[in-house]
Design a protein. Structure first.
Length: 353
């Protein structure tokens, strides 16, 4: 709508992505802040609570906490983007496809858990991966065929692409979607643990996207310049605003959880932003907390299968620290700090090329 005002009424202030990203942030923030208490009351009345894994320590008190709060901040984000962005931009369209597609996969998983009251009764691992892969394929094909997105691969510290993967990039992007969505999902195990690193990562990737779409800034930093990509900064900003409002109720002690509906959608958007920002490799640093959580699970499972011994007291690693009697809020804040420092390092690398 704001972009339409610029086009029809020549309101110049709305031509700037930074201005519309700011409006998108506050629209999503206020919508989430308004809708979420009403959603929580409805969820409690419908007994839409988060089933708790009986093996997780000290989490019995969370049994009656409503879930699927991710649906609220996703809807708020979509509305904010539709009101502030150029919805004819193919990168905005692909971004919304990503957000909605992965949210629907998570919604289906959450619904199965809620209806059965069992944390293990959602989608099967194969079913979840399959549906995630379908969403990834659709978005990847759209990028190449409709948006005509370049398939070159960049690495940090290098100002030129190292490889053009062509149509093989579709497979690479699908793997990235699967890895990132499930990494965020694994991290979402403590109150606010996944929310703040997601906000920080979205901010970093939003900056990268803005630079990538800006001819002067990308030229100065020797980064790739892709016309039209900068508009997706609005999506990153809107989702950040919605998540910040969600944190108001999700911080310790949480009054609501985001569920797979939220975590899979966030992971999908992070992967998408990394792809169109040519920062796939840098995503390891940007999403360091998510990487650590995922690696801890891989090490735990691999070690137990090969040696019948566990590396950690419990995986993902945040449960390991719970078993060591760390206070939950201490684990959460320390992980937030690690995420902030990692993203600061990621931004520093942009100048070193």
């Amino acid at each position: 709508m704001l972009y339409t005002f610029y086009q029809l009424l020549d309101i110049n202030i709305f031509q700037y992505i930074s201005v519309r990203a700011g409006f998108g942030f506050f629209i999503a923030f206020l919508l989430t802040l308004y809708i979420l208490p009403r959603f929580m009351a409805w969820a409690i009345s419908r007994k839409a609570q988060q089933p708790i894994n009986k093996y997780v320590p000290n989490h019995a008190s969370k049994q009656n906490t409503p879930t699927m709060g991710g649906a609220v901040f996703i809807i708020a984000t979509i509305i904010a983007v539709l009101l502030t962005a150029d919805i004819t931009n193919p990168y905005i369209i692909a971004g919304l496809m990503t957000l909605i597609g992965f949210a629907l996969v998570g919604f289906k998983d959450d619904l199965g858990k809620i209806l059965t009251g069992d944390n293990l009764q959602g989608l099967t691992s194969r079913g979840k991966f399959g549906l995630q892969a379908v969403v990834g394929i659709i978005v990847a094909i759209f990028l190449i065929t409709v948006a005509e997105f370049p398939t070159t691969i960049y690495l940090p510290f290098f100002k030129e692409p190292i490889l053009d993967m062509g149509y093989f990039s579709i497979l690479f992007w699908i793997v990235l979607f699967l890895a990132t969505t499930n990494a965020v999902n694994l991290t979402d195990g403590l109150d606010g643990l996944a929310t703040v690193p997601s906000i920080i990562s979205l901010a970093t990737l939003g900056i990268i996207i803005y630079i990538t779409g800006h001819a002067i800034f990308s030229g100065y930093l020797l980064m790739p310049n892709i016309k039209g990509v900068g508009e997706v900064t609005i999506l990153a900003s809107a989702l950040s605003g919605a998540l910040l409002a969600f944190l108001w109720y999700n911080c310790y002690p949480a009054e609501i959880f985001m569920g797979d509906t939220g975590s899979l959608a966030i992971g999908g958007v992070l992967a998408y932003l990394a792809i169109i920002g040519k920062s796939e490799a840098l995503l390891i640093l940007i999403g360091l907390i998510f990487v650590i959580e995922t690696v801890s699970v891989i090490l735990q499972v691999g070690s137990y299968k090969l040696r019948k011994k566990r590396v950690f007291l419990m995986a993902p690693i945040h449960h390991h620290f719970e078993m060591k009697k760390w206070a939950e809020n201490k684990i959460i804040v320390r992980f937030w700090m690690i995420s902030f420092l990692a993203n600061l390092m990621a931004l520093i690398t942009l100048k070193i090329r």
